[in-house]
Design a protein around this ligand. Structure first.
Ligand SMILES: [Zn+2]
Length: 720
């Protein structure tokens, strides 16, 4: 293919190779970004057509695109689909025998593929790395890129290895794809994939059919009843923070002869399933649930989602509210809150982080016990409550500590967990073909089992069937039936299943400094959680447009208009001076900036050489500015680039360092930038530049923006 293929030819290629007539909105822009050599981050909901973006880019670029994907089971499907369209693609993973692997690596070196899929585990494999060195790589696409973030549920430590590819091959563009859009995860992806000035596409996130309302409310059940009565058709979901509250609200509503049910994790699986089905079949009108409800539920005609508690994060809120209006018809999302709800938020945070002070003692004691019990299996048998007694700590606190260690893949704990030990026969030729004929339920189970598969295909793996059951809403018996069916098809061999309680240690004992760093991280996480809670409270109370508040939180971008249909826009409440609105937005902005997280700061710290050197640089910059020297001269003196100098100055301004006047920035220009930033605190430099009638350079603009932000911040503090 031509490297600089005109865009007018794209549609023909799309039709010829993918059988599709037109690109969806924004797909073209994403492809343009990749093929022009930019790092690109794409946030697109599942089913939004993200794979076409990298497949098409791969096709029209020279060389081979590498696609990192976490799911071995999907690689074959994807590459088969491409082959069907005559696009040379393949995958390299542990399901292949070594001869076949070698064969494919040869072809890769011979430039015979446009796309090669692999799992991040491959990056530990020397033969694979050697092949990459000789291949002609066009770009790297990272699917499910949020797996790189520790903040999310799906953290996969090996994703952190991806940028190490560039120790061996030349730096090619890297494109990350995900459906997870929280700002800290976005930031984490950019940092950990080591992206350089990526173009960020956040798509399909805004839901135009939803209207957002917040109300401070004393009698919530009463308000729920009136909302219910105002609803003409469809159903309603109420989210209450605790099991107890779901039950309480349900009984009050039932007294009013409203057809509703409580739903929470304390109910038997069979009972929960029944309630779900009744809800889906419109046998009940309202479901009053904890967050346990909703995973995998896609009822199209939910007209109202009402939260009667304050969630811990705006992400969580938006996810729950987003269950309204899946059919694209107008729907409403209410947040009914009272001051009391803040106590519940505080309680959850205290619980989540309880035991931080005891962290080190507990970690050490557990290892001490392990040494005594059984070093070989690295398994500490017994119930958690026994260990809590033994270590003189409450069960809850112990659980909180174990969860942290489990998230860090340091250990795994079990409490009466039903576990199956089995081997997966992925070497079967018709493995995927058999699976493709299964019904949806069985497919899901197979997919979940494959997630526990290790790199060594012959190894026995441990599959926590009780845990999977809870997650996908199936009883243990149902899962076991499916497992036996899978065994009959010869896809798996079950060795045994048993119920276990205890702690399995996955890593050798940590050094003191490693424990300290985890401890520090927990403390930072606590701070981040507290900040996120503040954002939810601000969302509840802000008189600014609710929808715009949410969008700007996720998108870190301005340019969203007031929605005209939320409780603020409709003016339920008091209109306030623009000043107050700006103040709230600015403080949210600052919080979001704080969330840019300890990690970035840490990284900066290691990248900066020494504090002494910084002081030295500051003195040089200061005196050169006084001598009316320009950025380029300063950069040459410091042996840095001008953008590096600008970022350095920006950080120092943020940290409060007072520079002499930047003689090259004139006052009227600064005034204009100040006005722009005041109206849109999240605005990007490129957008400021667009609005200015000036040919200011980016490094200069970066400094100017930092000055204006600082000024804005100090004026706001003055106004308080
Ligand atoms: Zn609005």
């Amino acid at each position: 293919m031509e490297p600089n293929l005109p865009r007018s030819d794209w549609n023909k290629i799309l039709k010829d190779n993918f059988g599709i007539d037109n690109f969806r909105k924004s797909q073209e822009d994403i492809i343009q970004s990749i093929v022009s050599g930019n790092d690109t981050l794409v946030v697109l909901p599942t089913g939004g057509g993200k794979s076409l973006c990298y497949q098409f880019s791969a096709l029209i670029m020279e060389g081979t695109a590498l696609v990192v994907s976490p799911l071995i089971s999907l690689m074959k499907d994807q590459s088969d689909a491409l082959l069907k369209n005559n696009i040379p693609a393949t995958f390299i993973n542990s399901s292949l025998n070594s001869r076949e692997q070698a064969n494919r690596l040869h072809n890769l070196i011979d430039n015979k593929y446009k796309i090669v899929y692999f799992a991040p585990e491959r990056l530990m494999n020397n033969t694979f790395i050697e092949a990459l060195k000789q291949a002609n790589i066009s770009f790297i696409a990272v699917d499910e890129a949020h797996c790189i973030s520790e903040w999310g549920q799906d953290f996969r430590p090996l994703y952190r290895k991806i940028p190490t590819i560039f120790n061996y091959i030349r730096r090619v563009p890297i494109a990350g794809f995900t459906a997870t859009a929280t700002p800290d995860v976005q930031k984490d992806m950019i940092i950990n994939l080591e992206m350089k000035k990526p173009n960020v596409f956040l798509l399909g996130f805004k839901r135009d059919n939803l209207s957002f309302h917040t109300e401070e409310c004393k009698n919530k059940p009463k308000r729920l009843i009136s909302l219910y009565k105002s609803m003409k058709q469809g159903s309603m979901i109420v989210y209450a923070g605790t099991r107890k509250r779901t039950e309480e609200i349900a009984s009050i509503l039932q007294e009013d002869r409203i057809n509703c049910k409580a739903y929470h994790a304390g109910l038997e699986t069979a009972e929960r399933k029944k309630i779900q089905e009744q809800f889906l079949n419109n046998d009940i009108d309202i479901i009053i649930a904890t967050t346990a409800f909703g995973m995998g539920i896609d009822k199209p005609d939910v007209r109202i989602v009402a939260n009667v508690y304050l969630p811990l994060t705006l992400e969580e809120y938006y996810q729950e509210a987003g269950r309204a209006g899946r059919d694209s018809l107008p729907s409403n999302c209410y947040l009914l809150y009272s001051k009391e709800d803040e106590k519940l938020q505080n309680y959850f945070i205290r619980e989540q982080f309880s035991g931080i002070t005891e962290f080190r003692r507990i970690y050490d004691s557990l290892y001490f016990l392990l040494d005594k019990q059984d070093e070989k299996t690295n398994f500490l048998h017994g119930k958690l409550v026994n260990y809590a007694n033994l270590l003189n700590i409450s069960e809850k606190k112990l659980l909180a500590i174990l969860k942290v260690l489990q998230n860090k893949a340091i250990l795994r704990f079990y409490e009466d967990e039903k576990v199956a030990y089995l081997r997966i026969n992925t070497y079967l030729d018709n493995f995927n073909e058999i699976i493709s004929k299964f019904n949806k339920e069985r497919k899901i189970i197979m997919k979940r089992i494959l997630e526990y598969k290790s790199n060594d295909s012959n190894q026995t793996i441990e599959v926590p069937i009780a845990k999977i059951g809870r997650e996908i809403n199936m009883t243990i018996e149902e899962i076991e039936n499916h497992l036996h069916a899978l065994e009959i098809f010869n896809l798996i061999d079950i060795e045994k299943s048993s119920v276990i309680s205890g702690i399995k240690f996955l890593r050798p004992r940590l050094q003191n400094d490693q424990i300290s760093s985890i401890f520090t991280e927990i403390k930072q996480r606590k701070k981040v959680s507290q900040n996120k809670v503040k954002i939810v409270r601000e969302y509840a109370s802000t008189e600014d447009c609710k929808e715009r508040f949410i969008m700007e939180y996720f998108d870190n971008n301005s340019g969203y208009d007031d929605c005209g249909k939320c409780s603020s826009c409709l003016g339920n409440g008091h209109h306030s001076a623009k000043k107050t609105i700006n103040k709230i937005r600015q403080s949210t902005f600052n919080l979001t900036q704080n969330l840019i997280s300890a990690k970035q700061i840490q990284k900066d710290k290691t990248e900066r050489k020494t504090d002494n050197q910084d002081v030295g640089n500051l003195n040089i910059i200061k005196s050169m500015l006084e001598d009316h020297k320009g950025l380029e001269e300063i950069a040459a003196k410091l042996q840095l680039t001008t953008p590096e100098v600008a970022s350095f100055i920006e950080k120092e301004i943020e940290a409060g360092f007072v520079f002499p006047k930047f003689w090259f920035l004139d006052r009227s220009l600064l005034n204009n930038i100040y006005k722009i930033i005041k109206n849109a605190p999240y605005i990007r430099l490129s957008q400021i530049k667009e609005k200015l009638d000036s040919d200011i350079s980016y490094p200069e603009l970066r400094i100017a923006a930092a000055i204006c932000r600082k000024e804005l911040k100090s004026r706001m503090m003055y106004q308080k």
